[in-house]
Design a protein around this ligand. Structure first.
Ligand code: FRU
Length: 498
């Protein structure tokens, strides 16, 4: 099998050619979801950054579009966001059509070489044709740098409580908040981050999101902050804070702060491959969903993963919700509901069964594991389990639960090609279980090179990539405790019409 057949995902976004990292500028307008992304169109490793572009009607099928933003005399185009300016606050709208305004970081490679501390500034651009083509604002940069080396990744949010635009960006190991009434002039409000959260790396790609807490009228604000390195299983990862925003300052909720001190386990995803994720702006008011997408890689090895034609993939879009759990708040992620339309006729299902160690779940060849969704319940959370994906050449990917440690794991040490970087598979990734329920619920999505695991209704999430030398064909249960009962195990074949 060639690289295309073996590794090009069935339903995850990849650029047709060359390098991609962070998702950027995601928004929804007139039926279309827009995804921009950090892109180097002239090479398959990181280089001078552009914004690539892709669109989707259903968050599942993506169509790549022409490049949206090219570097210019102010620098490369680093990460940022976009909003639909329905009220024309910016004055950029034409002929009454909604204008889209993007804000991004200029990274000036000359200033970087000269070792200045001021080479990252913020610029804006606008689109009068629903995100297809962009005009850069002649007044750029709109935010200059006062001497902070890492000063980037502006994410704009509409503060509907105070009717103004609010923006958060990363500044060293903190975030800074700004406000604006016209998206062009920005006023500094406050900074956040000193002495709280994980500081084992640089803070990147923050986002401030208002949530209505599930089953309540309460509003809480979540601050996402990606960090690299310093992730719980090494390298890049995204932490989150829950608190309040009064229009000027973000302050962490006292109960959340306490829980953080005890537990530290406030990560969007505890697998190694979900970074720099943020949500779409302007999702339809009728559903108001917070739809999140991340870059499915890790800076430890992103430039080395064994694909040549393109490099890197996005996660599937996930819906984020905020729940009150045991005196604190927890962020949940689940696959967007649009995937349900792609479940084929259920191929295999068992209502209640005790499995034998080593038992195969597949009637070989019946199910294509490179596009499958699996779900099941374990009625006894005190028992271990391991699932193994296998092929004929001896590659195997393991995932499961260790009851004594109360943690989920993914082990890709023998998953196929792993030797391109020592951090790729040196340890097995571990995610401490949050839920204390006696029953574990599991949902997972498999593609050719990825597994996305959603435990306990999305309370603990693990996303990882892998590169088997041949496709995995079998799925085996091992490491079972005596009498482990599995309920409602279903394997759906995902179907995508071309
Ligand atoms: C995160 C990041 C951002 C930056 C971009 C550069 O992965 O480092 O902070 O804007 O990538 O490509």
């Amino acid at each position: 099998l060639n690289e295309e057949e073996l590794y090009r995902p069935n339903y995850h976004f990849t650029p047709e050619n060359n390098w991609m990292n962070d998702p950027n500028g995601m928004f929804y307008l007139n039926g279309y979801y827009h995804l921009y992304f950090q892109h180097y169109p002239d090479g398959n490793t990181w280089g001078p950054m552009h914004w690539g572009h892709a669109t989707s009607l259903d968050l599942v099928n993506w169509k790549e579009q022409p490049i949206a933003l090219y570097p210019d005399s102010l620098g490369y185009i680093f990460s940022g966001s976009a909003v639909v300016d329905y009220n024309n606050d910016s004055g950029f709208a034409k002929e009454g059509k909604p204008v889209v305004v993007a804000m991004y970081t200029y990274h000036d490679p000359v200033g970087e070489k000269e070792n200045t501390n001021t080479y990252q500034t913020q610029g804006i651009a606008y689109s009068q044709d629903e995100g297809l083509t962009w005009t850069k604002y002649e007044g750029n940069p709109v935010i200059k740098n006062t001497g902070i080396k890492d000063f980037r990744d502006p994410k704009i949010t509409w503060d509907s409580f105070r009717d103004k635009w609010v923006m958060v960006l990363a500044a060293g190991q903190e975030t800074q908040f700004f406000e604006s009434s016209n998206l062009k002039e920005w006023t500094f409000l406050s900074s956040f981050g000193e002495g709280i959260g994980n500081h084992n790396g640089v803070w990147e790609c923050p986002e401030l999101i208002p949530f209505q807490v599930e089953d309540s009228e309460e509003v809480k604000w979540v601050l996402l902050v990606s960090i690299n390195p310093g992730g719980p299983n090494g390298g890049s990862a995204t932490q989150y804070f829950v608190g309040d925003f009064d229009g000027k300052k973000f302050s962490v909720d006292p109960a959340f702060k306490l829980a953080m001190q005890e537990d530290h386990n406030f990560w969007v995803d505890l697998g190694k491959d979900n970074y720099a994720g943020v949500t779409f702006s302007n999702t339809p008011a009728s559903d108001g969903r917070k739809i999140f997408m991340g870059w499915m890689s890790n800076w430890q090895y992103a430039n080395k993963v064994p694909t040549e034609k393109w490099r890197s993939t996005m996660t599937i879009p996930r819906e984020l919700t905020l729940e009150k759990v045991a005196n604190t708040y927890r962020l949940y992620s689940n696959p967007v509901k649009e995937f349900e339309a792609h479940y084929g006729e259920t191929d295999l299902s068992w209502e209640k069964r005790t499995f034998k160690n080593g038992e195969s779940l597949l009637d070989e060849n019946k199910i294509d594991l490179s596009k499958a969704r699996i779900s099941f319940n374990l009625p006894d959370a005190n028992k271990n389990f391991t699932f193994v994906l296998k092929n004929k050449v001896g590659d195997s990917l393991k995932f499961g639960y260790e009851a004594a440690k109360r943690s989920f794991f993914i082990d890709r040490k023998k998953s196929g090609i792993v030797d391109f970087n020592k951090s790729f598979a040196d340890i097995k990734s571990v995610a401490p279980r949050i839920s204390t329920s006696g029953e574990i619920q599991v949902e997972l999505l498999l593609d050719k090179t990825s597994i996305e695991l959603f435990y306990d209704k999305g309370e603990t999430v693990m996303t990882e990539i892998f590169f088997p030398k041949e496709p995995y064909k079998d799925l085996i249960i091992t490491g079972l405790d005596e009498g482990l009962l599995i309920e409602n195990l279903t394997i759906d074949q995902l179907e995508f019409k071309q």
